[in-house]
Design a protein around this ligand. Structure first.
Ligand SMILES: Nc1ncnc2c1ncn2[C@@H]1O[C@H](COP(=O)(O)OP(=O)(O)OP(=O)(O)O)[C@@H](O)[C@H]1O
Length: 276
């Protein structure tokens, strides 16, 4: 929250109606970043439902910006289903010093914080109530020493629930990227995400349609396995752009499973990185 300049001289019991009270809407609930963090741009990656490739797109965006020479970080806010450490082959536990928690760093220098880096065993389930999970996300901002970061990507939990709300309210989001897949009830789901962003005063940077098509390895023909995409029309209805269409590619799934996301082919990343 912004500091009140009348502090100490004000006799009011509430800030209501006060001209000094300039904090508006969701901004007023932002939490303070760690004293050892200087994060320039925070971008949330959201999806209407699980399994559409949100973590894949988060990872690819981070790899793209890292390759461009930006200092890049990923906050894994998908607390109950954290998959970022696996995608980058991070198996060590994060450590802390007197200043706070230190993010793990990937081979090429992307900083990562995820609950899986803090669990005794990465297969331990996180059986926590919503407020505890939301509190953990806030702590990833307040307690982690992120250092200098140009772009931080936040892998949000699917949907528009408790934790997503915490990210929107607590972090200074510069914008969100919406991830969909063609078989979703695209119109409804994208509309929900767009409306939430509007309510929270956060711009939508664009949509990525994942698993959009499959290229036959034998004949090279594109197959639209889930039917014709409607995303262009839906995006136009909301005045936002489609950043990219990603193929369903078993090689990508393998890179993710093997912790080698940083080896993703260049072609997959070009449009994504230039859209930011
Ligand atoms: N374009 C793709 N081609 C092949 N496999 C993919 C692609 N996108 C995602 N996958 C695979 O699909 C699975 C789900 O992807 P991912 O974890 O990114 O989804 P998610 O939306 O983040 O899921 P959750 O909601 O559980 O967090 C992963 O195994 C991932 O490797």
């Amino acid at each position: 929250m912004s500091e009140c300049s009348s502090k100490g001289t004000c006799g009011k019991s509430s800030c209501e109606g006060c001209s000094q009270n300039t904090a508006k809407g969701p901004q007023s609930m932002q939490v303070k970043e760690n004293a050892h963090s200087r994060v320039k741009k925070v971008i949330g990656v959201v999806s209407g439902k699980g399994g559409v490739g949100k973590s894949m797109v988060t990872s690819l965006l981070a790899v793209a910006m890292n390759r461009k020479g930006y200092k890049t970080a990923i906050m894994d806010a998908d607390i109950t289903g954290p998959s970022i450490p696996t995608a980058f082959g991070l198996n060590d536990h994060a450590v802390a010093n007197d200043d706070g928690l230190l993010p793990e760093v990937t081979k090429n220098g992307i900083k990562v914080m995820s609950l899986n880096l803090l669990l005794e065993d990465q297969t331990d389930p996180v059986v926590w109530r919503g407020p505890i999970i939301s509190g953990t996300v806030s702590q990833f901002w307040t307690e982690v020493c992120w250092g200098d970061v140009d772009y931080m990507f936040v892998d949000m939990p699917p949907g528009t629930g408790d934790v997503a709300l915490t990210v929107f309210q607590s972090l200074p989001l510069a914008g969100i990227v919406i991830v969909t897949s063609p078989q979703e009830l695209v119109s409804m789901i994208v509309t929900k995400a767009v409306k939430m962003a509007e309510m929270m005063n956060v711009p939508v940077l664009g949509i990525v349609e994942n698993m959009s098509y499959f290229v036959c390895p034998d004949c090279g023909k594109k197959h639209f396995l889930f039917g014709t995409s409607h995303i262009e029309k839906v995006a136009a209805e909301h005045g936002i752009s489609v950043i990219d269409y990603l193929p369903l590619d078993p090689k990508m799934a393998a890179l993710c499973d093997e912790g080698k996301m940083e080896e993703a082919p260049e072609g997959l990343l070009e449009k994504m990185s230039s859209s930011l």
